[in-house]
Write a protein that binds this ligand. Structure first.
Ligand SMILES: *Cc1c(COP(=O)(O)O)cnc(C)c1O
Length: 355
């Protein structure tokens, strides 16, 4: 068996969910879109099914996967529907949906509603990606309300810069949201993970934690609010080859790295086809039998090479942590100019082990 293993510690997922909800107060939808950020949506959803208030996914396809697995809690479609035909499925499966623009609103107002819809009406409070402008929000709200097709409207918005401590943009978004929703009844939902972690004003009726559930922080490394999260995925592999090189020898494709000293090179099973970012080549951190080292040379499709020179006891069979309890996925991502979110979502081909 190829030794690349993504251990998914579901107890950590559960711990992080309960922590997120406690920090937020009120209720929290566990965001399990994109196959639970690469961790396995059904398994993660099941791990909190007895405690969660519901889930959020990107689209109908993701929601149906959870329903097919027997998940019966509320599920919110964060992007809403893409075509009117999806509304029949929304009805059949009792899904909640975001309405974020005129087109989606028109589809809903024209659709049959044997049962009432539960709508999360999204405002563009400053991110300028999706949602009704503040000036148009109350009109959309009233149209929905007067349609007789909804049983409740949750007022929501999404933050562009909540992960930047000290940045005033989030306070400005909150102020815009509050001003434009004044007098409109119903519950509210503002906070993603970073909102929950560092913006007390963003904690309303419903939190929408995502990345923090997987134990990765959206905040800069070392930020005090990062404590308490537990990495859910531990990605490990093994060394399956070793060679000794002299000084000035090239390693890997493109000879992008040359040895600067006599070097023991370890070969391990993991590459960019597994989701390890190719741009995180020489310098990216790894942990070999518990000792910190680094990637040397380019990451290739199925394999990569690491520096064993200072770990003489390591050799064929040694365990390598690519990220997890010790190596932060955010650090690996930073070496590739990316973020932990993207790196986690990309993991594939590894053997997934649920613990
Ligand atoms: C993905 C998403 C979230 C979760 O964001 P994190 O930063 O992962 O916590 C919350 N709300 C919406 C609308 C989203 O699309």
């Amino acid at each position: 068996m190829r030794p690349l293993i993504a251990s998914i510690r579901l107890a950590h997922f559960r711990h992080n969910y309960l922590l997120a909800r406690q920090q937020h107060g009120g209720r929290a939808l566990a965001v399990v879109k994109a196959n639970a950020y690469g961790h396995g949506a059904v398994r993660c959803a099941q791990a909190v099914a007895d405690v969660a208030d519901g889930y959020a996914v990107a689209c109908l396809e993701e929601a149906l996967q959870l329903r097919a697995a027997g998940i019966s809690l509320p599920i919110l479609l964060l992007e809403g529907v893409f075509e009117a035909a999806e509304l029949a499925e929304v009805q059949a499966h009792g899904l909640w949906l975001v309405v974020q623009n005129r087109e989606q609103l028109a589809m809903l107002l024209a659709a049959p509603a044997a049962k009432p819809y539960r709508v999360w009406l999204k405002m563009d409070s400053g991110m300028h990606r999706a949602g009704f402008f503040p000036a148009d929000y109350a009109t959309a709200y009233r149209e929905l309300q007067e349609s007789g097709k909804v049983d409740a409207i949750v007022k929501m918005t999404h933050f562009a810069r909540a992960d930047e401590p000290g940045c005033p943009a989030t306070d400005a978004q909150i102020a815009a949201f509050d001003a434009a929703t004044a007098g409109l009844g119903g519950e509210t939902s503002l906070a993603n993970s970073a909102g929950i972690m560092i913006h007390a004003d963003a904690r309303r009726d419903w939190g929408r934690p995502g990345i923090m559930l997987y134990g990765a922080t959206p905040l800069p490394a070392g930020h005090a609010a990062n404590v308490g999260l537990k990495a859910v995925m531990q990605l490990t592999t093994r060394i399956f080859g070793v060679r000794e090189l002299g000084v000035g020898e090239p390693v890997g494709y493109g000879a992008s790295f040359h040895t600067e000293r006599p070097t023991r090179v370890g070969l391990m099973a993991c590459g960019y086809a597994d989701g390890y970012p190719r741009l995180a080549s020489t310098g990216s951190p790894v942990l070999i039998d518990g000792i910190a080292s680094r990637v040397i040379g380019r990451v290739s499709m199925d394999m990569m090479t690491v520096d064993l020179t200072d770990i003489p006891q390591a050799g064929v069979g040694s365990t390598v942590e690519l990220w997890g309890d010790t190596i932060s996925v955010n650090d690996v991502a930073a070496h590739a100019g990316s973020i932990g979110y993207e790196v986690l979502c990309n993991v594939k081909r590894a053997h997934f082990r649920y613990e």
